[in-house]
Design a protein around this ligand. Structure first.
Ligand code: UD1
Ligand code: MG
Length: 447
């Protein structure tokens, strides 16, 4: 039987421990906001509805949620997690099926883990909870169990010393069937030490009514909840470890894994070889067998197979390297196509440019793409030789097979097959230096 699914993503908390003007759930892990992580997790679980619960003051969360394609419900006052879930009821309307509550400050949960919770619910239970064995249970809710049945979740503040010694904790992920909205959720009260409506009380109430709740286990590193900047750093570290391991398991060489940084969408094909101190920003794809030398910063770029980058290269948004192309040390590229077999090996800026195949771009070449008001394009054909220290003042076109003499400031298009010289003609004054030196020495002696 196919169950319909909905997700309620709670994001209305006050974020006080984050000490941030940006709402906590909009802080990024792996280059993607924690809210976006929750949204894509919900989408991966094939939910037909995904609702974000935001606080009435969280305009930034509302806007981000809408941009992510989520429906937005407003929780007027932060009266607790059960109250937040209730805020989504109107938008859910007459939805019937499985409901999954996700906390938007828990970005590392994997779809396989979430599926286990859904499957447990859709098997035989009225509710299913994602638990984990906590090394330091601290303020997490404790799962009180009997065999594989869940009897109750006790919040740390309400727990007895015996219950506090339980290390099986609540990750915050709870799934239940839509009937519980009317049957159980509204029975939750706020008679507890915080005066809040705890969603976790759902389990105790259901148990009393003879309904079965189950729990499944998650690895602790997936359920880390981010409440402070320190937690954010821990989440980032955990994400990076996962990406590094995935890359190596899929056949990528990482020379010094702990110094290579990934984004959530980084794609690296097998047999790529990544040296130390490399940072992949958003939107990077590295193809088979490409080599990234140390100290490179790469974002929004496509690196074809067999290309070499770095050391010390900066590839910005829209850089494309064709097969066996080379971008060497102290080169910056942006919105630049560097075709098959072309080399830009030293000390260059290539921006808003299209360079054909098999060109050699000499050291110190600069595409002058900006006139102070607008950006302009440099187009270079195939098999072009650009001499060192050339300035190409865009808009400009250099034809196939052209040669540009070193040190030129090229302001006019160069026809195919031509030599362009754009520098002052050299004059050699024979013996001038001998005479000059002799005169200087004589003058010094006479002083
Ligand atoms: C909650 C759980 C606890 C669990 C822990 C896991 C409850 C009562 N307790 O505790 O069992 O071990 O998470 O991290 O659920 N939120 C709202 N509106 C509110 C209150 C909270 O939207 O009125 C949102 C927050 O933005 C956050 C989530 O709900 O995303 C959890 O709230 P938080 O206050 O962090 O709960 P914990 O005390 O951590
Ligand atoms: Mg929390």
């Amino acid at each position: 039987m196919v169950h319909k699914r909905a997700a309620i993503i709670l994001a209305a908390g006050k974020s006080s421990r984050m000490k941030s003007s940006l709402s906590k759930v909009l802080h990024c892990v792996g280059g993607q906001s924690m809210l976006a992580w929750s949204a894509s997790l919900a989408r991966a679980a094939n939910v037909s509805r995904a609702i974000c619960v935001a606080g009435s003051d969280n305009d930034d969360v509302k806007e981000a949620a809408e941009n992510l394609g989520l429906d937005v419900a407003i929780q007027k006052k932060q009266l607790g997690t059960a109250n937040a879930v209730m805020a989504a009821k109107d938008i859910l309307g007459d939805f019937s099926g499985s409901i999954m509550v996700l906390y938007a400050d828990t970005p590392l949960i994997q779809i396989e883990t979430l599926e286990k919770v859904f499957n447990s619910l859709e098997g035989e239970a009225s509710a299913a909870v994602l638990g984990f064995d906590a090394r330091e249970p601290n303020s997490y809710g404790r799962l009180v169990t009997e065999g594989d049945k869940l009897i109750e979740i006790v919040e740390a503040k309400e727990a007895s010393p015996d219950q506090l010694s339980i290390s099986l904790c609540n990750s915050g992920i709870i799934a239940f069937s839509s009937e519980e909205f009317d049957e159980t959720l509204k029975k939750i009260n706020n008679e507890n030490s915080k005066g809040e409506y705890y969603l976790t009380d759902l389990i105790k109430i259901m148990c009393k009514e003879g309904k079965v709740s189950t729990f499944v286990m998650a690895p602790e590193h997936e359920v880390l909840g981010v409440n402070s900047r320190k937690d954010l750093a821990l989440a980032e570290k955990s994400f990076q470890t996962r990406m590094r391991n995935n890359a190596m398991e899929s056949g990528v060489t990482l020379r010094d894994p702990s110094s290579v940084y990934f984004s959530y969408d980084t794609i690296i094909e097998r047999d790529a070889d990544i040296a130390s101190n490399v940072v992949f920003g958003l939107g990077v794809k590295i193809s088979r067998g490409a080599i990234i030398h140390p100290f490179c910063d790469i974002q929004g770029s496509f690196i074809s197979k067999g290309s070499k980058v770095g050391p010390f290269a900066r590839l910005r948004q829209g850089s494309f390297l064709g097969e066996n192309a080379k971008v060497g040390n102290f080169v910056e590229t942006k919105n630049a196509q560097i075709s098959k077999g072309t080399k830009v090996n030293h000390l260059s800026y290539i921006g808003d440019a299209e360079i054909g195949e098999n060109c050699n771009i000499g050291a110190g070449t600069i595409t002058c793409n900006y006139d102070g008001y607008k950006k302009h394009k440099t187009i270079i054909g195939k098999n072009v030789f650009v001499g060192t220290n050339s300035s190409l003042v865009a808009p400009i076109k250099i034809g196939d097979q052209a040669f540009l003499g070193s040190g030129g400031v090229i302001t006019e298009d160069v026809p195919p097959g031509s030599l362009a010289l754009a520098r002052a003609k050299q004059i050699n004054k024979i013996d001038w230096a001998y005479r000059f030196r002799a005169a200087q020495i004589k003058r010094k002696k006479s002083e």
